[in-house]
Design a protein around this ligand. Structure first.
Ligand code: DLL
Length: 433
């Protein structure tokens, strides 16, 4: 279902014209209201009036996470604080969080975009949205919440945690749409099983999962275990929160970027040169309509590919492939670049392996080591030791063959790896501790 037919199906030419007009506006606003941008533009000898076509985008400076840190907390806001009605923050792994602000109109825009996202997953006003994204500074909880209300659905503000209660409410309240991280969805599946509850007897029909990378294999697990359609939802606090891009249930192949509000580019992270459609690189976004916290060419560090082909759903927005990871998630193991998502994809293709794993990176002498702890199911675990060893060796070989890196695989008992209620922590890099 398409929530906003007028904009979501705009012909390309009209969409490009709209983007250009909005870009010109936002550039003028940041130039007059944000000293960081005034200085950055002046340094490049760039005048907002100079933007005559989308091609000029290339000449604009990038904004990085470091720029956000340097202007902590409110330095990049483009409106006075009196006009800001909401503040969120994304927890950095190190140091201070990134602070983002919204005007009343920004909150409305965000709710609209989230209503679009929920509709893309098939939700309507008749649905009961069970929202298990965390409420608080994290944008997931309130982002989904406002979108569900805008859609006219009934939203249950569960937040994360207390899984048994979640399952009970799902059953008693008849939840039809589930929203949470993919790792928490799997954890809920496990709790339901322990409680003797079969998802086939629940009313869930679709889920919007995001906030962390997940592979096609995990999608299959979630769809099978929770008996619903699993849709990928992408976003980041700096750009608006969830609701930057979403998959459509018709195709489930790539996420439509809400291009009337965000310009998306893919760049080569080393040279910073824009890459053509079809080439993998770092996603860069420019916000077109945000008032409180507009960002120009924000470098996300998320890795993806853009696909401009028309989609069967009728949306004209370009699609980004599922995010395979962040450039700063990349592990360098004895000189070989490895993304946790690549390991996940290999693991998910192996019979008897559960979708719960942990990568432990360490250094012994001068040698990096990568240990993969992965759960096996009850049947495999109770098998003979010899068979477990064979399975472990086979996984090590698959990883060596596909990724060229030697690992140590440790098959562990079911339910021993810590479950997440939000974003899962899948890597422990002891070299950094
Ligand atoms: O995670 C916003 C969000 C909430 C998105 C709920 C989807 C659902 P942050 O906490 O700022 O915001 O983290 C943003 O999470 O740069 C990606 O690295 C990662 N991420 C978000 N969605 C996806 C996804 C929210 N669908 C960071 N697939 C982003 C892969 C994702 N990674």
């Amino acid at each position: 279902m398409i929530w906003d037919k007028e904009f979501e199906t705009l012909p390309r030419e009209a969409l490009e014209a709209l983007k250009l007009k909005r870009l010109q506006n936002v550039l003028k606003r940041v130039y007059s209201n944000v000293s960081f941008y005034k200085n950055a533009f002046d340094e490049k000898g760039f005048k907002p009036e100079g933007v005559k076509s989308m091609d000029d985008l290339k000449r604009l400076p990038f904004t990085t996470k470091q720029n956000l840190r340097d202007n902590y907390p409110y330095g990049l806001f483009a409106v006075p604080l009196e006009s800001v009605v909401r503040i969120h923050a994304s927890s950095g792994t190190t140091g201070k969080p990134t602070v983002v602000g919204y005007t009343k109109k920004d909150i409305e825009t965000w709710a609209e975009l989230m209503a679009r996202a929920l509709s893309a997953a098939g939700a309507t006003k008749g649905d009961i949205v069970h929202n298990s994204y965390g409420y608080g500074l994290f944008t997931g909880g309130l982002g989904l919440h406002y979108g569900a209300e805008r859609l006219g659905a009934s939203v249950i503000p569960m937040s994360g945690g207390n899984s048994k209660k979640q399952i009970m409410i799902m059953e008693d309240f008849g939840s039809t749409i589930l929203t949470c991280t993919p790792s928490y969805a799997l954890s809920l599946a496990e709790t339901a099983e322990e409680m003797g509850i079969d998802f086939k007897n629940l009313k869930l029909k679709a889920g919007l999962f995001g906030a962390e990378p997940w592979s096609e294999g995990i999608r299959e697990e979630i769809e099978r275990k929770l008996n619903l359609h699993a849709i990928d939802l992408y976003g980041l606090s700096e750009i608006i929160g969830p609701g930057v891009a979403v998959e459509c249930m018709e195709a489930k192949r790539g996420l439509h970027v809400f291009e009337d509000h965000f310009i998306v580019e893919v760049i080569n992270p080393k040279t910073c040169e824009p890459l053509p459609y079809g080439e993998r690189g770092e996603l860069v976004f420019t916000t077109l309509t945000k008032e409180a916290f507009p960002l120009i060419r924000y470098r996300t560090r998320d890795i993806s590919v853009l696909n401009p082909e028309p989609c069967i759903c009728g949306r004209t927005f370009v699609r980004m492939e599922r995010v395979s990871g962040r450039s700063d998630d990349m592990l360098i193991i004895r000189g070989v670049n490895v993304f946790p998502s690549q390991i996940e994809s290999i693991l998910m293709n192996i019979e008897g392996i559960e979708p719960h794993y942990l990568l432990i990176v360490d250094r012994k002498g001068n040698m990096d080591t990568l240990e993969i702890q992965v759960e096996v199911n009850e049947r495999v675990f109770s098998d003979e030791i010899k068979n477990l060893q064979i399975l472990g060796k086979r996984i090590e070989k698959d990883i060596k063959d596909f990724l060229g890196v030697s690992t140590i695989v440790r098959l562990v008992e079911p339910k021993t790896i810590q479950r997440s209620e939000g974003k899962a922590q899948r890597v422990i890099d002891k070299r950094k501790i």
